[in-house]
Design a binder for this molecule. Structure first.
Ligand SMILES: [Zn+2]
Length: 305
């Protein structure tokens, strides 16, 4: 779910200076790496402070003037100097931004890898008999129907390699990550920048739409974040979770594309202005009606006997 800056009215002028200017140099990356690795060794990842001389030695730069110049380019944004007076040793440590950059470099986030799949999933879609297909490509697991992507989430190459590129396992990881991402969107927190998210219910009847009842989230900072079927918005509601739990089923164990009420067949429009939907959730003989308002919030639930 990439952010779409072009559709957003945030001015280019209030963006911070290009961070790649400060980072586009091997010595500077080496400085971040040295601080990060020392933190990994000692376990104090965010707090580890390296005295000036130790840091210069770790980076392997003899020329003090040259080293100081590179240090200054990073100081403030990616690392900070610490005084003995603040408690602890004086020296340099990573800021949160510096840690994030060093972490991405360390996990080799752009490592290339083979494509995994596509493969047919052992479930039919709700619209017809054509199966859903899954593929892992360009670090993203995508589940599609007839070429239309329904679910997509990145799984970092290191995580994929660790699971030996087994698509079955990658699907399980992607489903969990996807759920957590959507949960943050539904709770109003942008998964990328942590700014606030506005949600909206979208009811459409276009023949191109695989689902008619969907929701979307838009971040106030980074724009549209995507969304999903409205059934997903009730996945973690306590009434829904407990209905399944009473039958010994932990809904979180199911990959999202297998959840039976994530389908238009489970949705009924009960009110028009403002829109109010009912989602029918069933487990064995037990039935639950979940009512959702136009801001995609659960406003009522009703057990049906
Ligand atoms: Zn955002």
């Amino acid at each position: 779910m990439p952010a779409q800056h072009s559709q957003h009215d945030r001015s280019r002028f209030d963006r911070p200076e290009d961070p790649f200017k400060a980072l586009g140099n091997e010595t500077r990356l080496e400085i971040l790496r040295a601080l990060y690795e020392r933190g990994q060794e000692t376990g104090a990842v965010h707090e580890e402070t390296l005295p000036y001389a130790e840091l210069r030695e770790a980076v392997g730069i003899e020329d003090k003037g040259n080293f100081n110049y590179h240090l200054r380019q990073l100081d403030g944004a990616f690392l900070e100097s610490v005084d003995e007076a603040d408690g602890g040793r004086s020296g340099y440590r990573l800021t949160f931004a510096g840690f994030e950059i060093a972490k991405v470099i360390d996990i080799d986030a752009w490592r290339s890898h083979d494509v995994c799949g596509p493969t047919k999933l052992p479930i039919g879609s709700d619209a017809d008999d054509s199966p859903l297909t899954a593929v892992y490509e360009d670090s993203v697991v995508t589940v599609s129907h007839d070429g239309d992507p329904l679910y997509a989430h990145a799984v970092r190459p290191a995580g994929a390699a660790d699971r030996e590129m087994e698509l079955e396992e990658l699907l399980s990881v992607a489903s969990t990550l996807w759920r957590h991402t959507v949960e943050r969107i539904l709770e109003g927190i942008c998964p990328y920048c942590h700014a606030t998210v506005e949600r909206s219910l979208e009811v459409g009847d276009g023949p191109d739409r695989y689902w008619q009842y969907t929701f979307g989230g838009t971040c106030t900072e980074c724009g549209p974040l995507g969304g999903s079927h409205v059934g997903v918005a009730v996945l973690s509601h306590p009434a829904v979770v407990s209905l399944f739990w009473e039958h010994g089923i932990d809904l979180a164990d199911w990959q999202v594309w297998n959840v039976p009420f994530v389908t238009d067949d489970a949705v009924t429009v009960v009110d028009d202005e403002p829109t109010r939907l009912r989602i029918d959730v069933e487990c064995n003989v037990d039935r639950l009606a979940v009512f959702v308002d136009d801001s995609v919030r659960v406003v009522d639930t009703e057990r049906l006997e």
